[in-house]
Design a protein around this ligand. Sequence first.
Ligand code: DGL
Length: 300
Amino acid sequence: MSGSLVTVPADSKKEIPDGRGTGKESSMKQDAPIGVFDSGVGGLTVVKEIMNALPAESIVYYGDTARVPYGNKSAETITAYSRQIAKFLMTQDVKAIVVACNTISALALETIKAEFEVPFIGVVKPGAKMAAKATQNKRIGIIATEGTISSGIYEKFLKATSPEVEVFGKACPLFVHLAEEGWLNDAVTRQVAERYLAGLKEKQVDTLVLGCTHYPLLRGVIGEVMGEGVTLVNPAYETARELIYVLEEAHLLRNQETVQTPPAHKFYVSDGAEKFRQFANTILPCDHLEVEDVAVKCFE
Ligand code: DGL
């Protein structure tokens, strides 16, 4: 089923929800949802960590399932798609936006975040921070999409914090399709992983960054292939921590002790709502997810 167009004004510039108001106005801003988006199901690995870390917060998710993968597209195309999605999320009155996609974080985040008046949080910086802390032998592998690997962004952030680290990148584009297909523990996935990861094993990395939000879905297979001595880094954990910090700083964090209403989550995709719903139900710690098809092409 293709997405249905929504007819809301494309102007997404809204008053800054800086949370500095008092009383009712302030708690309304705190009660606003957090927007999260990705090219498809991968961002659910980030949603899961946000739900664990911030159980009182509501989430509005957008997965661009009609246009996945982003990993082999140009920065211009990814920026245009991301802008459309961010504009859509703004119509949902989100108080912050988490870019739950490494490729978008690498190629479009800097441009997009300057255009909107809510805080944006990407996944690359938090992932690099975790990897720098985790490595003992200072040899770090990065697996990600072609776009993220060729941007060199992980290496840049890693070298900035730990100049002595050696970084080895490998693009693993088929992992995205295997994750979207739900082949999380399949023999085919294992074969693909063995082929992609052989070079990184030879480099004797002790830390491997799952630098695409789809990849933690395949972490069982990836972990087996890499072997026990290798720490797998999922940037989603640190991203959720970074989100807490950003919301606290802006006085936008919902107070878990005093909230009157439970969180309400909404999921939107650009195609295949039912398939997405079934998949999301197996990943997230809540049942009966509400998923709707919405095309965002009108948000130019
Ligand atoms: N999940 C995304 C990432 O973290 C992109 C995957 C894709 O669409 O190629 O990079």
